[in-house]
Design a binder for this molecule. Structure first.
Ligand code: KIV
Ligand code: ZN
Length: 527
């Protein structure tokens, strides 16, 4: 095995909260972003790109809260080349232990001509002025040549040299449109590093999009070409086809250290947890056959493979599930397990709930253990996630009775606790889920639109808990995701919709608006 040295230490720059959040529909609440940032920090991410502060007040607030809370990782805020963008990013990362401004400008002919409508010489001037301004605010400045892989080499080298001279400490050459191929990207970094006279004064960075399914391959090639920072996202979420997936890059480097002698500071045993968290808060399901973190990534179905695995796991496994934090699905506890054992199990799974949330989660666990034959780790995780999501609810489900089946109409009789007051309605719908959502509407009239409704089974078997994710949006463009789990799909559906309404209500209240009127005037009784 080739030995690793510090010259081969690769910086992991995670942009789940910025490029990842730019995926249509993947927007996260402030609390969710803080939860993700905390986990990224714990798992050893070197740089967290927390958002694009000029984009909205919500983005600014998220970057600045993350900057205040996270103590290990560098916190980056994204900025275009304008003064306002850069100042806003500087303000947002001001309280970080290690602040970074990441400023970018397009350098390809097509972007300069049509998007910027600027001559190359003007672009070059802006590179210098933007980096200089950022350097006056923070000592750590990253400059990106947007659409770098479609930029003419001479001009790219001039821009990179100018940016380094103006004080950029990291130079990122993104494959913005996912166009390059590994050999070309490797050569690009080699050429730029050779031709730019001051290239040794900066760290070079790769940032790859997955339009041709080559993001991870290109990323690794860029590192071979001399880049020592990798920009990536959990589960590969991001614009269009997404970005290079952090878990895939990290495990490729680790598993093939024999031919790629690079190392990073990520604790790979936290990869699965990070994947689940990001999937849950963004409501982006992880495809079953996704490398590293997909449900089937370590499943062996065919007889020949199973036989080989029983003889020696190395026959079909190039890394162990435990090495990426896949816990063996274990039968955890039954209905006789006590509070202490439950708390310990949560700790083992990486959850620290406050006393009230713990008590609620414990009650729900007992209830689950009464109803379900086997309670697995995944069930406990779903329960804990649910508790974290639904901690400060103004609206809670008290009871639900459904009439469903071939003889319509499907009916939902529902009682909600709305800030301490019980309200009951009966509603009919096209199917039981529709009836449930109509009943909620009758008690809490609101304008929010359902954007996504998704169900998946937490474990196997017909008694598995259903985890339901919903995404709703309001007229002001606020979007929230929420999820809930229960062995009854209709209860999970109702609770996830309520969780989303609660979130929308809290978010609107924080921003001084009203998205969901909690105090409804609708009559109690039948609809
Ligand atoms: O893909 C891209 O070019 C980007 C830049 C802002 C770095 O995300
Ligand atoms: Zn990008």
């Amino acid at each position: 095995m080739t030995s690793s040295s510090d010259a081969n230490r690769v910086i992991i720059f995670d942009t789940t909260l910025r490029d990842g959040e730019q995926s249509p529909g993947a927007s996260m609440t402030l609390e969710e972003k803080l939860e993700v940032a905390t986990l990224l920090d714990q798992m050893g991410v070197d740089v967290i790109e927390a958002g694009f502060p000029i984009a909205s007040n919500g983005d600014f607030e998220a970057v600045s809260e993350i900057a205040k809370r996270v103590r290990n990782a560098t916190i980056a805020g994204l900025a275009r080349a304008g003064n306002k963008d850069i100042d806003r990013a500087g303000e947002a990362v001001r309280h970080a232990a290690k602040p970074r401004i990441h400023t970018f400008l397009s350098t390809s002919p097509v972007h300069m001509k049509y998007k910027l409508q600027m001559e190359p010489e003007r672009v070059l001037e802006l590179v210098v002025s933007s980096v200089t301004r950022a350097r006056n605010l923070v000592p750590d400045v990253e400059w990106s040549a947007e659409d770098g892989t479609r930029t003419e080499m001479d001009f790219l080298c001039r821009c990179v040299e100018a940016a380094i001279k103006a004080g950029a400490t990291t130079i990122n050459i993104p494959d913005t449109v996912g166009y390059t191929v590994p050999e070309e990207y490797r050569a690009l970094f080699r050429t730029v590093r050779e031709r730019v006279p001051n290239s040794d004064k900066a760290i070079f960075s790769v940032h790859c999009h997955n339009d041709l399914g080559l993001a991870v391959a290109n990323t690794l090639a860029g590192v071979e070409g001399g880049a020592r920072q990798i920009e990536c996202t959990i589960n590969g979420i991001g614009e269009r086809a997404g970005n290079a997936a952090l878990e895939e890059v990290v495990m490729a480097l680790k598993t093939r250290a024999d031919i790629m002698p690079y190392h990073c500071g990520i604790d790979p045993t936290m990869l699965m947890r990070a994947s689940k968290l990001v999937s849950a808060v963004s409501s982006f399901p992880v495809q079953y056959n996704k490398a590293i973190v997909g449900r089937n990534a370590f499943a062996h179905e065919s007889g020949i493979h199973q036989d080989g695995m029983l003889k020696n796991t190395q026959t079909y496994e190039i890394m162990t599930p435990e090495s990426v934090g896949v816990l063996k699905t274990s039968l955890v506890m039954g209905k006789h397990s006590g509070r202490h054992a439950f708390r310990e199990k949560l700790k083992e799974l990486g959850y620290e709930l406050g006393e009230n949330a713990l008590e609620d989660a414990f009650k729900r666990f007992k209830d689950l253990a009464d109803r379900k034959k086997h309670v697995y780790d995944e069930d406990i995780e779903a329960l804990a996630d649910d508790e974290i999501d639904n901690a400060d609810d103004h609206i809670k489900l008290v009871s639900l009775t459904i009439v469903a089946g071939t003889q319509g109409p499907q009916l939902a009789t529902m009682t909600l606790d709305v800030e301490g007051q019980h309200k009951t309605v009966q509603a009919s719908g096209t199917g039981p889920v529709d009836a449930c959502f109509k009943a909620i509407h009758a008690i809490i009239p609101h304008e929010a639109k359902l954007e996504l409704y998704q169900v998946h089974a937490v474990t196997e078997g017909t008694d598995a808990q259903a985890e339901v994710s919903v995404r709703i949006s309001d007229a002001e463009g606020r979007v929230v995701n929420a999820r809930a789990a229960d062995p009854d799909t209709l209860v999970a559906s109702t609770r996830s919709y309520l969780a989303a309404l609660n979130k929308l209500h809290s978010r609107a209240a924080r921003m001084g608006g009203v998205a969901v009127r909690i105090h409804s005037t609708s009559p109690l009784g039948g609809v």
